[in-house]
Ligand binder design. Structure first.
Ligand code: IVH
Length: 714
């Protein structure tokens, strides 16, 4: 394909909307074409500078005409892409997960089960392959006649996302298989990041004011699921092969042979691996790898044991989502001992005071930890943690480091219990704790700078306004310089600084280009989905899901705002009234939205009762236009249109959120609890009280299969 090369003589400022639309379409096609040449064909036709110019022109065009921004536009590459941005791939062979073993006995049980299932005697030899379990995300790579044709994430095991373009940028993944590969081979393995490369990536991200990732796994997932392959290409992703899906000819007779075959195709295997013949050998391997774990270049959360003989694997088969022939043996969280130097207090967006342990830096399983959360006042009291104590720090895979407890015989003689502050360390206002709450809060509200900064950080965060180049550090800097005090200021920044960009450059230390890019990114967010807008306001208890419910119920920002203001004034008049319908009509309407209770309604109305919030909102609405909520198009013929359904228990064929999304796409309303209004309750494994309640109320109960049958073909 040759893309048209539009003449770019007209200044963007002078273009009409129609001209802009035409040029936009041509540019998008051209950029996609060059990306294809660059990433997929390894044959770029433009210099990097020329290519960048195309992208810049597109960005400026979209900045002036935001209505032209489409989800597939090359500019829409910020953050983790919405899954709708990727095509779906049905796995020919399901991608399963593994059962877990934790204790030595669990491993003996696993080996025993294998023997019994195969009708082997207790001492019959069964060989296993043991290999590290890398903490990344699994991927399936399809090769036809030796060529990589498709790459897909695991997704729900049955269907994943098509990430082919991104995967082609990963250096460990061959585009062409070496040697004599069968016509069809699906290679499976894990995409991950080395710890050192992960830390370096985070350092660079922080410097640019971009998102930093919580751990290598998140970084790998976020990097793979980018709509722009260029971003993926810039990330240090790696790949280990450990399994396969569809193959037109077997790769070997055993797991071990097949591994070697994968290696001969040009893949890196997960190592160090070993052939073991029974539980004792497996446990030896587990211990040895456990010792090496802190010094391995990547995070592992366990090891995996697989029956070596593929004929036996075939006989053993699967139970629900995992094979009988394999298991994962997990390592416990990594721990270390260190001194608690002091306890500092962080002030959050809603004024919550969170105690943080400042530690003598210590290596916990390969990661240097110098801070850990202490959660809240009660936690410190319960564990009786004191400044000066030697404490045990624990890091478990994904989670933020925690303090397990203190070492009693190392406690200094003069130590005394920690006194939790009763004033905000940032603004000096009184800090109080409401009855029944665990959180201590600063009462400073608007005058507390820490809260203001946190609110701004929330406002620009990924699932809110998601402004590229306006990360935590930059917000902090702009706030300290007085340039941005409230959300509306973000959008007036360019106009205020127009004549003084050079000064801004000097004051902030950013490059001129980066300032221009920032302005473009801000411009691009002048229109935004209503639910994101509501979420961005950072009202207590209004998370993404609740923001969606509100957007769906009120449709436009004008209606929402008007109804909230009315509900707030109704409640101000009748604060003691407990029944929503007696408080007033707008308040009752709010409480009537499924899943919104009185407590959420009270936080919302509290927000709308404060004049300063109304002012900030009005200022923001002068700059930003939230889009009207448009309900997803539904097939009117769907058998569940307009029905209220509840999912409960563990679903086997799909995750809860996917099941929910699917039901909603078909026009059903998904509720969290069973009531008289419920039409169907879909029960998975281990369903509890909701299934019982459904029975009691006479609501139709469906198994997962029955549900699948009901919606089949829609
Ligand atoms: S085998 C049918 N081997 O762990 C079994 N999985 O908890 C296929 N993983 O979904 C998986 N390292 O993402 C296998 N050496 C390894 C692994 C491994 C990491 C991941 C994989 C899997 C998950 C199960």
């Amino acid at each position: 394909m040759t893309a048209p090369s539009p003449l770019r003589l007209t200044e963007i400022e002078e273009l009409t909307l129609d001209e802009a639309r035409e040029e936009h379409a041509a540019l998008v096609a051209e950029i996609h074409h060059h990306r294809e040449l660059y990433y997929s064909k390894d044959a770029p036709a433009l210099s990097d500078a020329d290519y960048d110019r195309l992208e810049q022109r597109l960005a400026r065009l979209e900045a002036r005409f935001p209505e032209l921004v489409t989800t597939d536009s090359p500019t829409q590459t910020v953050g983790a892409a919405p899954s709708s941005g990727f095509g779906k791939v049905k796995h020919k062979v399901a991608m399963l997960s593994l059962a877990n073993a934790f204790e030595d006995e669990d491993v003996a049980d696993f080996v025993g089960r294998v023997r019994r299932f195969l009708n082997l005697s207790e001492d019959a030899a069964v060989a296993f392959v043991a290999e590290p379990k890398i903490d990344g995300l699994s991927l399936s790579l399809r090769y036809e006649k030796g060529q990589l044709v498709q790459a897909a994430t695991r997704g729900d095991g049955a269907e994943g996302e098509d990430v082919t373009a991104n995967v082609r940028t990963i250096k460990d993944i061959p585009h062409t298989l070496k040697g004599n590969a069968p016509d069809i081979v699906e290679v499976r393995g894990e995409v991950y990041m080395n710890r050192a490369e992960f830390l370096e990536l985070n350092r660079v991200q922080a410097e640019k004011g971009d998102k930093v990732f919580a751990n290598p796994r998140n970084a790998a997932a976020g990097s793979l699921r980018q709509l722009d392959s260029k971003i993926t290409a810039s990330r240090p992703l790696r790949f280990f092969a450990y399994a396969w899906g569809e193959v037109s000819a077997p790769l070997g007779r055993t797991q071990w042979e097949s591994r070697q075959k994968l290696e001969s195709f040009g893949f890196t295997l997960s190592t160090p691996s070993r052939l073991c013949d029974g539980a004792d050998a497996l446990l030896d391997y587990y211990r040895e790898i456990g010792i090496q774990r802190p010094t391995l270049p990547f995070d592992i959360d366990g090891v995996v044991y697989k029956v070596n003989d593929l004929a036996l694997q075939e006989r053993l088969g699967f139970i629900s989502r995992s094979p009988r022939w394999a298991t994962a043996h997990k390592y416990p969280a990594e721990q270390a001992m260190t001194r608690l130097n002091t306890i500092s207090i962080q002030v959050g967006r809603t004024g919550a005071l969170t105690p943080v342990a400042e530690l003598e830096p210590v290596n916990v399983g390969g990661v240097v930890v110098s801070r850990a959360t202490l959660h809240n006042k009660d936690e410190i009291e319960r564990k009786d943690i004191r400044v000066g104590d030697m404490v045990i720090v624990q890091r478990a895979g994904d989670v933020i480091p925690q303090i397990v407890g203190y070492v009693a015989d190392k406690r200094p003689a003069d130590s005394h219990p920690y006194a939790f502050p009763d004033h905000c360390p940032e603004c000096g206002s009184i800090a109080t704790r409401e009855e029944g709450e665990v959180v201590t809060r600063c009462t400073g509200g608007l005058i507390c700078p820490a809260q203001a900064v946190e609110r701004l950080r929330h406002f620009v965060s990924r699932n809110a306004f998601d402004i590229e180049g306006l990360g935590i550090e930059r917000i902090q800097l702009f706030f300290e310089q007085g340039r941005i005090r409230q959300p509306a200021d973000i959008f007036t920044l360019e106009a205020r600084e127009e004549q003084r960009i050079d000064r801004l450059v000097t004051m902030t230390g950013f490059g001129k280009k980066s300032v221009e890019k920032l302005f473009q990114a801000i411009e691009a967010r002048r229109t935004i989905a209503l639910d994101r807008f509501i979420f961005a306001l950072g009202i207590r208890q209004i998370g993404e899901a609740t923001a969606k419910l509100l957007a769906r119920a009120y449709r436009t920002v004008e209606t929402w705002q008007a109804r909230m203001v009315q509900a707030a004034s109704e409640r101000a008049d009748k604060r003691e009234e407990k029944k929503p319908e007696l408080v007033g009509e707008a308040y009752a309407e709010l409480c009537g939205i499924e899943q919104i209770g009185v407590s959420v309604a009270d936080d919302l109305t509290d927000f709308f009762r404060e004049q300063h919030n109304l002012d900030a909102l009005a200022a923001l609405l002068e700059q930003v236009k939230p889009e009207e909520y448009v309900p997803p198009a539904t097939a009117s013929a769907s058998p569940v249109t307009g029905k209220t359904v509840v999912f409960t228990g563990t679903l086997v064929t799909m995750g809860r959120s996917e099941a929910k999304a699917k039901a909603e796409a078909l026009g059903a309303k998904v509720a969290g609890s069973v009531s008289g209004k419920t039409d169907y309750v879909i029960v998975g494994a281990d369903a509890g009280s909701k299934a019982a309640k459904a029975q009691e109320l006479g609501v139709t109960i469906l198994s997962e299969e029955e549900w699948a049958a009901l919606i089949a073909g829609h």
